[in-house]
Design a protein around this ligand. Structure first.
Ligand code: NAP
Ligand code: GLV
Length: 312
């Protein structure tokens, strides 16, 4: 029997996804009617979802087996009280690759002290300092899930000592893993560069605050491609101004787009990027969507289901 899949993401992405998904559904032997809109919500079997897509009220979709997010972060989806159906976040190998490019690139920028030379005035020959070797520096990852662990491995390949922190303790051949409050303290104390790849949940809000900054190494740098609320902005600005922290690369903010009068824009130690660290890639994410719907049709458990209690 033909199944109906509703595509509820911005219409612009429909043009790209539609032929890809139709082709992959056919190759997977799935009989799917992929639609952009419907008058019969009770007949929809699956929803492909983005928070900026048209469906806001999920209540009429009484027979939906899975809402598959195209986004990795699901904090917006979780605030929608009508979305009670099983929800899967996006775990996309292409997004991980892009995130690793961003993270390794900015780790290298902080490691090499690039900002110092970019800001140098003509004739300012800043030869008093050369970077240490990567193997003598530690990069810490708060969050070693799909994105964090992939980025941590790529960073280790670059030669850095790499440590990571998660809610549940992990074991990894390359990344020294920590969990819990003591583990957080250990990671903060060791990291020359700290990368935030945590989800936005009640437990992770203001994870970087005056207290955690005080526990960090003098001169450490922070890279945040996770979510804006992970950082207490006042505390970060203080940490930068006092000289405790050497710099910050920020991709995500409490308010996006970041307002023009936000102090981050003009802070000499801050690089603002506009939530572009990585995005869902068409080819790889379409394969994930089709695999998960295929699993539903085969009576198998879905991949990457959101744990609503944990908030991610
Ligand atoms: P994920 O696979 O769910 O991994 C999340 C990691 O955070 C896991 O290691 C998890 O621990 C850890 N964590 C969650 N709550 C914690 C807590 N209270 N204490 C300690 N660790 C905690 O997520 P992901 O796919 O890697 O994505 C991470 C985030 O990146 C997303 O939620 C999104 O906000 C952000 N993101 C940003 C962009 C961008 O362009 N800027 C793009 C995509 C995603 P466990 O391993 O124990 O579960
Ligand atoms: C982007 O920020 C995502 O959550 O996919």
């Amino acid at each position: 029997m033909t199944k109906t899949v509703l595509f509820s993401a911005p219409e612009a992405s429909w043009q790209n996804y539609k032929p890809y998904l139709d082709d992959l559904f056919e190759k997977a032997g799935l009989d799917i009617n992929l639609v952009l809109e419907t008058d019969a919500p009770q007949d929809v079997d699956y929803i492909i979802y983005a928070p900026n897509g048209p469906v806001k009220d999920f209540a009429p979709f009484t027979n939906v087996k899975l809402v598959q997010s195209l986004w990795a972060g699901v904090e917006t989806a979780l605030t929608n009280k009508t979305l009670t159906q099983p929800l899967a976040r996006m775990v996309d190998p292409g997004m991980s690759e892009g995130m690793a490019d961003y993270v390794v690139g900015h780790v290298m920028r902080h490691h090499l002290g690039t900002a110092l030379h970019v800001a140098a005035k003509p004739g300012e020959w800043l030869s008093h300092w050369a970077p240490p070797l990567a193997r003598n520096r530690t990069v810490g990852f708060l969050g070693i899930g799909a994105l964090g662990l992939y980025c941590a491995h790529k960073t280790a390949k670059q030669g850095f000592n790499v440590v990571g922190w998660s809610r549940t303790l992990k074991a990894d051949d390359v990344v020294k893993c920590y969990a819990g409050k003591d583990g957080l303290r250990d990671v903060l104390a060791q990291s020359d560069i700290l990368v935030l790849l945590l989800p936005d949940t009640p437990e992770t809000t203001n994870m970087i605050n005056a207290d955690s900054i005080a526990q960090m190494k003098d001169g450490a740098a922070i890279i945040n491609p996770g979510r804006g609320p992970l950082i207490d902005d006042t505390a970060l600005l203080k940490g930068l101004d006092s000289g405790k922290l050497s710099g910050a690369t920020l991709d995500v903010f409490r308010v996006e787009p970041l307002p023009a009068n936000d102090p981050y824009w003009i802070h000499p130690k801050v690089l603002v990027t506009p939530h572009i660290a990585s995005e869902t890639r068409l080819e790889t994410s379409a394969a994930v969507v089709v695999e998960n719907i295929g699993r539903g049709e085969a009576g198998q458990s879905f991949l990457h289901l959101v744990d609503r209690k944990a908030g991610y």
